[in-house]
Design a protein around this ligand. Structure first.
Ligand code: AKG
Length: 294
């Protein structure tokens, strides 16, 4: 099996691309909402995120996790030559650059599964009424889901460094909203998400290549900021975190013996212009408003 490192050159090329967005600002403040409580509006405006405990039950999470494993085993051929990415049935699976030595099956080596929100249980989730109502409050009446990724975070997997999601989205408007569903519990030990409250009010910062040797392709890092006030988001299975695409966040390494899993979606206003070439991991699906009849 051939496991080449991603070259320094290609890491720099990637961060240069990301930094074409540097300096952009997103300063929209919610003044009213029909489906969000006063507490949720304040949390969104002041901190840049909303936590909804028990958004789905354990069974829903188990079903999602099982379906992801089924897809991985379908699209990643056993005994095939090593590859960093696999595509099949509209999905894209990405392998860990440095998987654990204890990996026994292909899913122990996978980092992320992209483009799954058009089907089955992943599609059911984006049509949940409460989710759509809150997204309408934040983004307006016309809302699309454009990106989905199931994150494995297997034992030993590294966390993602400090970043702002909008640095990856070269769009003509902002914000976008991330929905991070814990499909396992997320703890300090197994690699929970960590946020910097209020950082969504800042412009996009410079993102430098992740310098750890063997870090996953596409990881970039904000270095010009003080993160002393970080808050780890330890979540129970089924909890949902919604956050602003300018919010600085990272995740811890998984130092436990079990997999930490999360299903992550990104939402934007319908008719958002993505520039000349859209990312191959994106797929724009209307969940509310005029796009549904388009
Ligand atoms: O879930 C993680 O470990 C990191 C996720 C993250 O930072 C992201 O999706 O932007």
């Amino acid at each position: 099996m051939d496991r080449e490192e991603v070259s320094e050159e290609s890491k720099k090329d990637f961060s240069n691309k990301v930094n074409e967005q540097a300096g952009r600002k997103s300063n929209v403040t919610l003044t009213s909402a029909t489906s969000m409580s006063k507490e949720q509006i304040d949390s969104w405006n002041n901190d840049g995120y909303i936590l909804i405990p028990d958004f789905v039950d354990e069974k829903f999470c188990d079903d999602m996790n099982e379906e992801v494993l089924r897809i991985i085993n379908e699209i990643v051929p056993q005994d095939s030559p090593f590859s960093h990415a696999y595509a099949g049935d509209g999905h894209i699976a990405i392998r860990e650059m440095k998987p654990s030595k204890n990996a026994k099956s292909i899913e122990d080596e996978i980092s992320k599964l992209f483009r799954i929100h058009s089907k089955g249980i992943f599609h059911d989730f984006i049509h949940k009424k409460l989710l759509g109502d809150i997204l309408e409050d934040i983004l307006g009446p016309d809302v699309d889901c454009f990106l989905s990724q199931f994150i494995f975070k297997n034992p030993g997997a590294w966390g993602q460094p400090w970043h702002q999601d909008s640095s990856y989205f070269p769009f003509d408007r902002e914000p976008q909203v991330a929905a991070w569903l814990a499909t396992s519990e997320a703890t300090l030990e197994n690699g929970c998400l960590v946020v910097l409250p209020g950082s969504h009010k800042e412009s996009l910062h410079e993102h430098l290549p992740d310098e750890r040797e063997g870090s996953n392709y596409g990881y970039t890092e904000i270095k010009d900021h003080d993160f002393t006030n970080e808050i780890p988001m330890t979540l129970e299975k089924g909890d949902l975190l919604l956050f602003h695409s300018f919010l600085m966040h990272k995740s811890y390494d998984n130092e436990s013996n079990s997999r930490r899993t999360a299903m992550v979606y990104h939402f934007a206003e319908t008719d958002t212009d993505f520039g000349e070439v859209d990312s191959p991991t994106n797929e724009w699906i209307s969940i509310r408003g005029k796009g549904l009849n388009a």
